[in-house]
Write a protein that binds this ligand. Structure first.
Ligand SMILES: NC(=O)c1ccc[n+]([C@@H]2O[C@H](COP(=O)([O-])OP(=O)(O)OC[C@H]3O[C@@H](n4cnc5c(N)ncnc54)[C@H](OP(=O)(O)O)[C@@H]3O)[C@@H](O)[C@H]2O)c1
Length: 405
């Protein structure tokens, strides 16, 4: 049963691998037809919907499908991407009405037993769904409706915040991660008000032991599935490596590399299973060139670049996109944490966080790497033709620490 605009789609449906498969004959019915069709659908009517080949006169609906974008998946088939069902109050009311039509039994504990749990995902909430029942039992995890979210790490400032704003503008529900909870709450409130999207705030220090596992568990607990993973959180250190506190260098690797790899590893299996998803990893133009005075930072970004390109190749054909975003100088709080002498760097070499975010999102699906900004692209392409030793020395000049740092 799928709730569409202006009525209910009742399918003679079966479950298969968590995807609701329904006959092409599924109809969008007006409200006056809910009850009779509910009764028809209820008594184990799957045999009326024999299995067929994908795309052969049948429709494939994501379990939380609704009326949104439709893409062909094969001859005669269509694929419906979802607006999250549970967020829509009218869906709850429709479930309550339709559930009354498919009730078979009421258990001794007063719980409603439904003929086919598959047709009543939304009723898994603890709210009453009909006058004479308290709640509907939760049948199985596969019946659970999940909300797709774009998980953005480092969303409390800079490029991460700009990416969150951009993704909200595109209608994505969001899960925002960083340490500064009040900044995340402010952003979440603004995005809910301005864009009307669902926003979850998940404060975390991603360098802390078990932080990524905890984050993924919290997403699961909230019924959120990650459709976009934006690994953006990161920081840089600069100075002569042997003079820098090694603990901070290790923390840098923990955030820029380890957290990114762990979150990617924990989110990818579900994306592959669903045949869709985006992993966006924020590296840097520094990933193309070793930089003296930012040795650890550029090494972490080289890792992110290589890792992203490699998994992008592995994921070809799975429906999951990987994009490594390589910004150059971008006006964010990043600059206040590193003592690079940026005076004298011409204005045209700089980008705003919004420009980086827009280029990044637009580049999804067009290859595994995007270098943002014309000047940065020119620079990266030029370095391919210059001896690496020379490039390294020049790069060191650019990021040399300020004299008074
Ligand atoms: N700005 C540039 O010139 C530039 C150039 C190339 C690449 N980049 C990359 O772009 C990404 C974003 O940086 P930005 O320029 O936007 O800098 P930023 O304004 O300093 O943002 C960094 C973000 O990372 C978060 N963060 C830092 N440590 C964290 C931790 N331990 N756990 C969770 N979150 C943490 C920060 O939030 P909290 O402090 O609230 O935790 C903040 O939201 C980084 O990966 C950076 O390497 C930046």
């Amino acid at each position: 049963m799928v709730f569409g605009e202006g009525g209910i789609e009742l399918g003679l449906a079966t479950w298969d691998d968590g995807v609701l498969r329904a006959e092409a004959g599924v109809h969008l019915v007006r409200k006056r037809f809910e009850l009779p069709l509910g009764l028809l659908a209820e008594p184990r009517a799957e045999h009326l919907a024999p299995q067929r080949r994908e795309g052969d006169g049948r429709t494939r609906l994501q379990a939380q499908a609704s009326r949104e974008a439709k893409q062909p998946v094969g001859q005669g088939g269509r694929r419906v991407e979802a607006a999250p069902l549970l967020e829509r109050p009218e869906a709850d009311q429709a479930i309550a009405r339709a559930a009354e039509a498919v009730v078979l039994d009421q258990g001794p504990d007063g719980l409603l037993e439904l003929a086919r749990g598959e047709s009543c995902h939304g009723s898994a909430r603890d709210a009453p769904i009909a006058p004479d029942c308290q709640r509907v039992p939760w049948r199985a995890s596969r019946e659970r409706m999940q909300t797709d979210v774009a998980l953005v790490t480092g969303a409390s400032s800079g490029i991460g915040e700009a990416l969150a704003r951009r993704l909200a503008r595109d209608g994505h529900a969001l899960a925002l991660v960083a340490r500064r909870v009040e900044r995340l709450e402010q952003l979440a409130a603004a995005l809910r008000a301005d864009r009307g999207v669902e926003v979850h705030v998940l404060p975390a220090d991603l360098t802390a032991s078990g932080a990524c596992t905890g984050l993924v568990a919290e997403l699961e607990r909230r019924g959120l599935s990650v459709s976009w993973l934006v690994n953006n959180a990161g920081f840089g250190t600069n100075g002569k490596f042997w003079e820098l506190p090694v603990e901070r260098e290790i923390e840098e690797i923990a955030l820029n590399v380890e957290a990114l790899v762990e979150l990617t590893g924990r989110c990818l299996p579900a994306m592959v299973a669903r045949g869709r998803g985006v992993v966006m990893n924020v590296a840097s133009v520094g990933g193309f060139v070793p930089s003296p005075y930012m040795a650890t930072y550029t090494a972490t970004k080289a890792f992110v670049l290589t890792f992203s390109e490699a998994i992008a190749a592995e994921l070809r054909g799975t429906g999951v996109e990987v994009l490594c975003v390589c910004p150059g100088l971008t006006r964010t709080e990043f600059q206040s944490h590193v003592a690079v002498d940026t005076e004298g760097i011409p204005e045209l070499a700089w980008q705003s966080a919004d420009e980086v975010a827009d280029e990044a999102v637009s580049a999804v699906g067009r290859g595994p790497v995007v270098v943002t900004g014309r000047v940065n692209r020119l620079m990266v392409n030029t370095t391919k033709f210059i001896p690496r030793g020379l490039v390294t020395r020049v790069s060191g000049r650019v990021v040399r620490p300020r004299a008074n740092a």
